[in-house]
Write a protein that binds this ligand. Structure first.
Ligand code: CTP
Length: 413
């Protein structure tokens, strides 16, 4: 995916700098080339020798090195790259870049570059949350800088919260996404996505629901739109905002979601991310159910239509690639395989939604991609890929990149 692409990696001074060793390995494995600028503080955490060995290139450290400046000066370093990645992007590097300061090789290169910049912040949680860093973050976003992370979790300093550097696989996904062809690889394709929960009324004021937030489905809609697709997002009731550049249809119940999906077809790719309620109440009251002396009201449940199975098993007008999700709390892969066969879709993205994972409603996801062999409804399972834990935007970008790769290779659409 990165054949012929050149990444200039600026390594700042933070304990997370060690993750850059793995990042370099991943970029090179994808066919990309990496050239490293190491700040003085960065060199306290990783050695030029390790970086040079992995990147297969000289490591640049000094703005005032006569030999370096003659052979490959700071302007040339940025000219020779297709993308600049700053990882870990420390509070100091972010502050310099946001304010146009240039007093060492890293900051001078960042000021001199006209290439896209991707920052991967890592710092103590209070440094990240400090108004100054947040102001710098906003300013850099306005300047067109892209960000991956920071992740939430336990930090080397013993504190907990946002500030951990994103995992190398998530940074790689963002780099691959950046290099999706400039002509927007999903241009001309219609991608249909369901997202969020459904609400099934018991009466006009009460309903059955689940904990789905819509964050993952909405992130996929955003990533597909960035890749040039015409996106229709059928969303259950959520509090996350509508993604830009996407046609959003708001629904409440499973049956409304199925109607909206039918209306939105045909599609080239359909992704069913919604946590559709399996059952609805047949005898939902028109008026609010009142407490009576007779005890609790009898609620009769009936199964909702399975939207994913309905679309997967269409004889006519089935989308070329149908992707389902599997929300499981135990034996995740076994259940996902069974679901893939039962529903007849092409891929299942399986995740563990046990409360302890924090996935449902949270910002992170860790998924397994289970593919059926061949297209259409095939009972065989050819491949299972387990992706590392990433934020939901990174999962969305990785999924879109995977769709593009598959469409390129197999020309399904
Ligand atoms: N799905 C759907 N319509 C339904 C139920 C599920 O389209 N009525 C889709 C979901 O959007 C997801 C996939 O089917 O892509 C699997 O959903 P999940 O809730 O994991 O599985 P269920 O089919 O509901 O089975 P179970 O609850 O028994 O695990």
């Amino acid at each position: 995916m990165l054949e012929g692409k050149r990444v200039l990696l600026v390594i700042g001074g933070g304990i997370a700098a060690y993750k850059c060793l793995e990042l370099i390995r991943l970029i090179k494995k994808q066919g990309g080339a990496v050239r490293v600028i190491l700040t003085k503080a960065g060199s306290e955490f990783v050695t030029p020798l390790s970086l040079a060995s992995l990147s297969g290139d000289k490591v640049y450290e000094d703005l005032f090195s006569l030999t370096d400046e003659t052979a490959m000066g700071h302007i040339e370093l940025s000219r020779s790259a297709d993308l600049v990645v700053v990882a870990p992007a420390t509070a100091d590097l972010m502050a310099k870049a946001a304010n146009g300061l240039a007093n060492d090789l890293a900051s001078t290169t960042l000021l001199a570059t006209d290439k896209a910049v991707l920052m991967v912040p890592a710092m103590n949680v209070r440094m990240w949350q400090h108004p100054a860093t947040q102001r710098n973050h906003r300013r850099l976003l306005e300047d067109g800088v892209c960000f991956v992370g920071p992740d939430d979790g336990a930090m080397a300093c013993g504190e907990f919260g946002p500030g951990r550097m994103a995992e190398p696989a998530a940074v790689l996904a963002a780099i691959v996404h950046h290099f999706l062809p400039a002509d927007r690889p999903l241009a001309g394709q219609h991608v249909l996505i369901t997202s969020g929960p459904t609400h099934e009324p018991l009466d006009p004021v009460r309903y059955i629901a689940n904990r789905s937030s819509g964050k993952q489905g909405h992130a996929i809609a955003r990533a597909a739109a960035v890749a040039g697709a015409r996106v229709t997002l059928i969303s259950g009731p959520v509090t996350v905002p509508d993604p830009q550049g996407v046609e959003v249809v708001h629904v409440e119940t499973a049956r409304q979601m199925l109607d909206a999906v039918e209306q939105a077809l045909p599609a080239d790719v359909a992704i069913f991310c919604a946590a559709v309620a399996d059952w609805r109440v047949v005898n939902a009251g028109q008026e609010k159910i009142k407490k009576t002396v007779d005890g609790v009201p009898p609620l009769a449940l009936v199964e909702n239509p399975d939207i994913l199975a309905t679309v997967s098993q269409k004889k006519n007008g089935r989308p070329g690639l149908v992707i389902g999700f599997a929300a499981e709390t135990e034996t995740v892969i076994e259940h996902a395989k069974a679901k893939l066969a039962r529903k007849g879709c092409d891929w299942i993205i399986a995740n563990d939604v046990s409360p302890a994972t924090g996935i449902m409603g949270g910002d992170f996801n860790s998924v397994h991609l289970v593919r059926a062999s061949g297209t259409g409804s095939s009972p065989g399972v050819s491949e299972i890929e387990s992706w590392p834990r990433m934020d939901k935007d990174a999962v969305a970008r990785a999924l879109v990149a995977e769709i593009v790769k598959t469409l390129d290779r197999e020309g399904w659409v």
